[in-house]
Write a protein that binds this ligand. Structure first.
Ligand code: NAP
Length: 248
């Protein structure tokens, strides 16, 4: 039977790379995106080229009604949920905390924390053997920022990702007995468009050169870890928070 995975923020970057790799490994994919439908359609085409079945799911992860509707639509389309990748996330332009306004802080925590928790809740409601599901695997996308703190850049984002690490630890203990594994990946400096959205398109290349491996990572390198954590190859791994940072 084909396994199914819903990936938030799969129109671009790490989410897209994960969709493509998972499709190549035989998964059917729900591709969530916030606003960039053109990019989401490009991801769907990549999934199809890789031999997978794709379904687009428009919705803001910070909107509870949209999240519930997205998971319901996924179940209606594919009939079962085996994997969930909690990947959608944002940064904002770098600055010290003293200069951040409340609207920015609210937006970061709404999408990166509230949205991620809502999505994980909906995944568990459909996967847990206690709730009629047949088990599954959740992969939360955190960041090395959770342990670095990102001073003078985005301590808000760093804190939001620390919440994802803690969610992973607690949730893995809640749902392990009910057939669900929950793990997190902590990417370092990965070459995607997120850095441009934070005002520094060259950030990954410049800072990546200072890492032990001497370069930025690619979205494909993160996808390898995510797809492994989704798969039965990692069947005894849960509650893990794994760095993919080139040693940073
Ligand atoms: P990206 O290239 O900027 O892509 C972000 C994706 O998230 C897009 O698909 C975007 O959809 C979607 N998204 C944004 N806000 C959303 C919302 N409210 N609801 C639903 N989808 C939303 O980012 P990325 O670099 O691939 O990052 C993916 C994850 O990895 C994030 O959680 C990020 O924090 C984490 N991460 C990245 C790095 C890095 O260096 N790149 C490092 C550590 C952690 P649209 O296309 O519709 O806008």
């Amino acid at each position: 039977m084909t396994k199914t995975v819903l990936i938030t923020g799969a129109s671009r970057g790490i989410g897209r790379a994960t969709a493509r790799l998972a499709a190549a490994r035989g998964w059917s994919i729900g591709i969530n995106y916030a606003s960039n439908e053109t990019a989401a359609r490009e991801t769907a085409a990549l999934v199809a080229d890789a031999g997978g079945r794709a379904h687009l799911l428009h919705g803001n992860v910070a909107d509870e009604a949209a999240v519930v509707a997205m998971f319901d639509e996924f179940m209606h389309t594919f009939g079962r949920l085996d994997g969930f990748v909690n990947n959608a996330g944002i940064v904002a332009p770098g600055m010290p905390l003293a200069d951040m306004d409340a609207a920015r802080l609210k937006r970061i925590f709404d999408i990166n924390v509230y949205g991620a928790y809502l999505c994980a809740r909906e995944a568990v409601r459909r996967m847990s053997t206690q709730r009629g599901g047949h088990g599954g695997a959740i992969v939360n996308v955190s960041s090395a920022a959770a342990r670095l703190g990102s001073p003078n850049e985005y301590v808000d984002y760093a804190g939001s990702k620390a919440a994802i690490d803690t969610l992973t630890i607690g949730l893995s203990k809640e749902v392990g007995p009910h057939g669900v594994r929950a793990n997190a990946v902590r990417p370092g400096l990965i070459d995607t468009e997120i850095h441009a959205s934070g005002g520094r398109p060259d950030r990954a290349a410049v800072l990546g050169a200072q890492t032990p491996l001497g370069r930025a990572g690619s979205a494909d390198e993160v996808a390898e870890l995510i797809v492994w954590l989704l798969s039965d190859a990692s069947s005894y791994v849960t509650g893990a928070v794994i760095d993919v940072t080139g040693g940073r």
